[in-house]
Design a protein around this ligand. Structure first.
Ligand code: JFZ
Length: 478
């Protein structure tokens, strides 16, 4: 045993003196020495990151040529995601790009969009600058497939950036690296010709990202997608380079983990288990389990959600899907916040530039709820307490929120407190006090409000910590 230990230390010492000086990096023993791994090991605490985190609720907008066929091609309706129709119906790039001749969204009004999205309670808007199809919502100089070469001709993205910013919201850019329209795109690199073509493709993509960052410098975030192919995994260096480049071009900008792959092809988290990019972005139409997945409370993350099961772009026939009710969406938002994450709710505008009825109704319902109860969402996070049968806890500084979705028959909500803490005061957000009872077993109950709110509602709790209370007394006395 002693020998083993000795040998191990010898190995460690040799490693420290040989490998580390060679790479010039401090690599803890037992870890891979990575050139393109995580750029920081702790969550960012600068003002831009805090702003991102405090917003908590965003709106996604998926808009592109796919809105025109809306899930139907040559008379056949495809149930899959509408923004993937080109792939489902095996449409050639040439035929797909003929849709550009029909891009004339007469009812598109960026200001109306921004007002509407703001009314949902969202604090930022994520816009698809370019989805997998390759059609750009900005007049890119690097491809013919842009809004500029359509009957509409307008810089849709530019108009949206301005309108969304004028409404006081942040703009985030969705960008798909995978591009079905580009002749040099490769999903895998089998031959040296593939590698040469893909290198050209990466240059082209870098150029597009430069365009976006310099044309629209108020952008706060780049949310990458379409990064799962082997070709990109083998080029982790490029994803690290893009993160660096964007951060130089747009100080303070945030980048999602989906952009990133490291030297060894690990995605999201590097080979040493560290989060790459500024926040984790793998929760898509699903959320971390509130009991099993508490590890997510250690880093920043953002989830996104569709209103039907799986439609991001406009699909004409939502009758093929289950569509969430507003209270379910509210629960997803609160669930995310209760575990320290953001939630982005998706909208897929129609080809005429208007929003479908269901989305307008959703905005109103969400907005009404957020106006009344947003206090438990904005700037809030993980409370250090588990999900309860009645709903979720969120927290902000010394305030604890109970967000109640399920009412017990008894009308008494069980409050679980960490040891040494007790609820001192419970009230509704309008200040209406609620009765607190201590049970024989030392648990606390808060009584439901006399009048049932008839919707998910929020209780604000003031907590006393015995330790800190004692300290406060002592400080008051001295
Ligand atoms: C991608 C896109 O393919 C889709 O069209 C949409 O834009 C969505 C927001 O992102 O879809 C994904 C990407 C990643 C996962 C699932 C769907 N994932 O990591 O589980």
């Amino acid at each position: 045993m002693w020998h083993m230990k000795n040998r191990l230390s010898l190995l460690l010492v040799t490693l420290m003196f040989t490998v580390l000086p060679m790479t010039g990096q401090k690599t803890p023993v037992g870890e891979y020495s990575l050139k393109y791994g995580a750029s920081c090991s702790e969550p960012r605490q600068d003002t831009d990151m805090q702003r991102f985190r405090h917003h908590r609720l965003g709106a996604f907008v998926h808009w592109g040529l796919y809105a025109i066929p809306g899930g139907t091609w040559e008379g056949k309706t495809y149930r899959g995601a509408a923004e993937w129709l080109k792939s489902w119906a095996k449409v050639s790039n040439e035929d797909w790009m003929k849709l550009m001749a029909q891009w004339n969204p007469e009812r598109f009004d960026a200001r109306a969009w921004a007002r509407m999205l703001k009314a949902s309670g969202a604090r930022y808007v994520k816009i698809t600058t370019k989805h997998h199809e390759g059609f750009c919502l900005w007049p890119s100089r690097l491809t013919p497939f842009t809004v500029e070469h359509t009957p509409h001709g307008r810089d849709v993205l530019g108009e949206l950036v301005e309108a969304v910013n004028d409404e006081g919201m942040d703009v985030h850019f969705y960008f798909s690296v995978m591009d079905w329209s580009h002749p040099d795109y490769r999903s895998s690199l089998r031959t040296s010709q593939d590698s040469v073509a893909f290198a050209r493709f990466l240059d082209f993509t870098e150029g597009q990202l430069r365009e976006l960052a310099t044309r629209y410098p108020t952008v706060k975030d780049f949310w990458f997608d379409g990064t799962w192919d082997a070709s990109l995994r083998q080029n982790g260096w490029w994803t690290a380079k893009m993160e660096k480049m964007l951060k130089q071009l747009v100080p303070g900008v945030t980048v999602n983990s989906r952009l990133r792959a490291d030297d060894r092809g690990s995605r999201h988290f590097d080979s040493n288990g560290r989060l790459m990019g500024d926040y984790e972005s793998g929760y898509e139409r699903r959320l971390p389990d509130p009991v099993k997945d508490l590890k997510v409370t250690q880093w920043d993350w953002e989830a996104c959600m569709t209103l039907p099961e799986n439609q991001w772009g406009y699909h004409r026939d939502w009758s093929l899907s289950y569509v969430k009710a507003p209270h379910e969406v509210v629960e997803h938002i609160v669930h995310a916040v209760s575990m320290g994450g953001n939630m982005v709710v998706n909208f897929g505008p129609q080809p005429d530039g208007d929003f479908r009825r269901e989305e307008k109704d959703m905005v109103k319902a969400l907005g009404n709820w957020m106006k009344r109860y947003g206090e438990c969402v904005y700037g809030c996070g993980y409370a250090g307490l588990r999900k309860q049968d009645w709903g979720y806890y969120t927290a902000k500084d010394d305030t604890l929120y109970m967000v109640v979705f399920n009412r017990p028959y008894s009308g008494m909500l069980n409050v679980v407190m960490p040891k040494g803490q007790s609820p001192q005061m419970a009230c509704l957000l309008d200040g209406t006090p609620l009765r607190i009872e201590e049970t024989a077993s030392g648990e606390y109950h808060v009584a439901m409000p006399r009048k049932d709110p008839g919707e998910p509602f929020v209780i604000r709790l003031k907590i006393s910590r015995s330790g800190s209370t004692k300290r406060q007394y002592r400080e008051a006395l001295t």
